[in-house]
Design a protein around this ligand. Structure first.
Ligand SMILES: Nc1nc2c(ncn2[C@@H]2O[C@H](COP(=O)(O)OP(=O)(O)OP(=O)(O)O)[C@@H](O)[C@H]2O)c(=O)[nH]1
Ligand SMILES: [Mg+2]
Length: 457
């Protein structure tokens, strides 16, 4: 594959919409397009960043549209490019693409526009990945974090780490060039290696958060039968999704649905109520509830505050859920609208400590529950100030590789290992860092990365 031949692809979905965009890029693409434009000379003469109104002609009129002209190097790809803003109809888009193919445009590979932008030095690899992440993001928070990465937040952090390593490299190179001189300069390099390790470890640690924001967090609602699980589930969904009734054992199979919880994508599960039963279907439902709890990041454990079990009993139940699921448990004292101040003590006039009091009838306590849940699934609340949060598996693996190499450099410096041996690890760390931003890249790496993009991106 060459990387400057004229390519074309739809940049918007093949559906019906007011407008759609077909993107063309590559050397000579304006000249190639001109004969099919009703004002060929105007198109040929168009300066960069201008918009032309006209018609695209085949044997007949293909569409009435505007053409946005970009001149190299001031375009997304760094090449001459045209964006055809046409009518949003799959048949129209197909007719335009077919015309472009006959004019000599090649259909763009997935991610090829962004690949060209990378090759032209417009973006580094973390920014190129951010383009895909921005388009895939499901919540406001992940969208904003992807935007930060697009503006280079990860690349900046990686470059800062590299900066620490300059001293170390220098010390190693001096030694390798003049081995007879005792460099004796190990103090500065160790401090620099420490700084690089701690910076990189902090960046790597943001992956857990990034991944949760990317993939969503499984949260289960559990508790005894009739505790009000399905009612709370429906309330959190703002939808009448799960059947609610006063009959114990109403929910038998679990129900799941994605929601956004204060910026965090959550997959919420309503499960079958827990009780001793010999009934076969219900037992199977309970077995599934336990499986879901085991896979959940957080479990909302409901205790019916209107008919609570003894304190010993609910303490025992909470502990059992904690141990069996390993998830963070958010205890909820439910149906607080029925809890009457000063009534029988067992009816818990007060919500016991450690519980969030909630009513699914009045909605009371729901905001507090949402906040408790958000903390349970994303404990690093200081996230807002941390602009660089990674979510790419590729970046995470390379950070791990660089960290392992740097730890070995650190151990080597402590143990006075000859610097030429340390140089090997140092080089490995630097090349892993270089791969993150794409300074070091190969066709295989680029193929693997950009093939995951969609066409037209
Ligand atoms: N007053 C009051 N009633 C509630 C509340 N939440 C649920 N209920 C009632 O409690 C009963 C059981 O509610 P469900 O949501 O079906 O309970 P569940 O935990 O899903 O029950 P199973 O599926 O059988 O395990 C219904 O009659 C609800 O109307 C609440 O906050 N206040
Ligand atoms: Mg239910």
């Amino acid at each position: 594959m060459t990387y400057d031949d004229p390519i074309a692809a739809a940049a918007t979905p093949f559906g019906r919409s007011a407008l759609a965009i077909v993107r063309c890029s590559g050397e000579g693409c304006i000249e190639l397009l001109a004969p099919a434009f009703n004002r060929p000379d105007a198109l040929r003469a168009a300066k960069g960043h201008t918009v032309l109104y006209g018609r695209l002609l085949d044997r007949d009129v293909v569409d009435e549209l505007t053409a946005i002209v970009y001149r190299a190097p001031k375009s997304y790809t760094g090449e001459d490019s045209v964006e055809l803003v046409c009518h949003g109809n799959p048949v129209t888009i197909e007719a335009i693409l077919s015309l472009l193919r006959r004019l000599g445009f090649r259909a763009a590979e997935p991610g090829e526009f962004t690949l060209r932008a990378f090759l032209a030095g417009k973006l580094d690899l973390t920014q190129a990945e951010a383009v895909a992440e921005l388009i895939e993001s499901r919540t406001q928070r992940s969208r904003v974090l992807a935007l930060h990465r697009l503006s280079g937040s990860v690349a900046q952090r990686i470059n800062a780490v590299k900066h620490h390593l300059v001293d170390v490299s220098a010390a190693v190179e001096i030694h390798l060039d003049y081995p007879e001189e005792d460099s004796g300069e190990v103090e500065a390099p160790i401090a620099a290696v420490e700084a690089a390790i701690s910076d990189l470890a902090r960046l790597g640690a943001t992956y857990a958060t990034g991944k949760r924001l990317r993939d969503g967090v499984p949260v289960a609602i559990a508790g005894r039968t009739n505790a009000g699980k399905s009612s709370l589930f429906n309330l959190l969904l703002r939808e009448d999704r799960s059947i609610v009734s006063e009959v114990h054992g109403t929910t038998r199979d679990y129900i799941e649905q994605g929601i956004e919880l204060n910026g965090v994508p959550v997959t919420l599960y309503d499960t079958a109520g827990l009780r001793e039963t010999v009934e076969q279907i219900e037992s199977e439902g309970i077995r599934r509830s336990e499986q879901i709890m085991a896979n959940a990041a957080a479990v909302i454990y409901l205790v019916d505050g209107a008919e609570p079990p003894s304190e010993d009993r609910w303490r025992y139940e909470l502990e059992a859920v904690r141990q069996r699921s390993g998830a963070t448990v958010v205890p909820v004292w439910h149906k607080i609208d029925l809890v009457i101040e000063g009534a029988q003590p067992s009816v818990g006039a007060a919500v016991p400590e450690g519980f969030v009091g909630v009513s699914s009838v009045t909605g009371e306590g729901l905001d507090r529950l949402r906040e408790a849940l958000r903390e349970a699934v994303l404990p690093d609340a200081g996230l807002e100030s941390e602009a660089a949060v990674i979510e790419s598996d590729r970046q995470k693996e390379l950070i791990e590789r660089a960290l392992a190499a740097l730890r070995s450099v650190r151990a080597g410096l402590h143990d006075d290992v000859p610097l030429d041996l340390i140089a090997v690890d140092l080089q490995d760390a630097l090349s892993a860092l270089g791969e993150i931003t794409g300074e070091v890249s190969s066709d295989d790496i680029l193929d693997a990365m950009f093939s995951k993009f969609c066409v037209g991106k």
